[in-house]
Every structure is written in C-alpha cells, then in structure tokens.
Design a protein around this ligand. Sequence first.
Ligand code: HEC
Length: 134
Amino acid sequence: MIRSIAVVLALVLALAGCGGDTTTDPGDGAVGGDGEELFKRTVLADNAGCVTCHSLTAGRVLIGPSLADIGAVAADRIPGTVARDYLEQSIVDPDAYVVEGFRAGLMPDDWVEGGLSTAEVAALVDYMLTLGAG
Ligand code: HEC
C-alpha cells in the first residue's frame, strides 16, 4: 500500500515537472503572452515599441493612428476580413493595408525577424481586440 502511494507520488511529481517546462522560453526571445505589457514596451523586437508611434487616446496621432478604438475599427477595415486577421496582418505586413491619411513604410515590418514569436503576435492582437470593443 505504502509502495503504491509512493509510486503515485513520484508520477505526480514527474508530471508536475513536465508541466513546468511549458513556461520555458522557446529560445527565440519569447516571453509570456501579456499583450498589453508587450504593446507598452518602448523597445520591442529590435524596433521602437508600439507605444512610441501609437497613442491609446482617441484622436491623438503620434506617428501612426491612435489605436484607442482599434478593437472595434479593425472589423471594418477590409471587407471580408475579420478583426483578428486584420490586426495580425497589420503587425506582420503593415503595408498590406495603409490607413487613410498615413504613409506606408513607416511602421516596421520586421517584428518576427526581430524575435517576436507567433504567440506574442497573438497576444498583441488579443490585447488590441479589447481596445474600444466594449
Ligand atoms: C515607427 C512607428 C510605428 C511603430 C513602432 C508601430 N507602428 Fe503601427 N502603424 C504606424 C503607421 C504610420 C501606421 C499607418 C500606416 C499603415 O497602415 O501601415 C500604423 C498602422 C498600424 C495599425 C493599423 C491601424 C488602423 O487603424 O487600422 C495597427 C493595428 C498597428 N499599426 C499596430 C501596431 C503594433 C501592434 C505595433 C507594435 C508591435 C506597432 N503598430 C508599431 C507606425 C508604427
């Protein structure tokens, strides 16, 4: 009886150990998935961070458009493209759609090359979906 409890305990500990591995850095500089924290960094993936060009105050233009309402606006940008896909594209291929009144070529397009992981892009998209969407 005591022996089987020990075996079960050992198994549980081994499983817990494996679970811990999922938080390990995959090796590309990825850090967790807090999109707001990533968005607000002043330097991100070898570029100026998102906040250096985008304000979260409605109508306040820095270098790029304010993203105060982007969670709501994103759905109407490209007919047939849902908000999530539009936002992902605006990070990985910013010039695919250029917001009226702004110039192409200003927003960096090498976030992934700079080390931003797929999970981090998704976290940024998740965060932006919350902006002005309620
Ligand atoms: C050097 C300035 C700069 C940085 C840094 C920057 N952007 Fe941009 N961004 C722009 C400009 C300029 C535009 C408008 C032109 C365009 O649509 O490509 C834009 C457009 C966008 C749009 C489309 C907005 C809309 O109203 O449709 C999104 C979303 C966006 N950026 C997200 C981000 C995120 C997320 C980051 C950080 C990972 C970031 N940007 C970093 C300059 C920047």
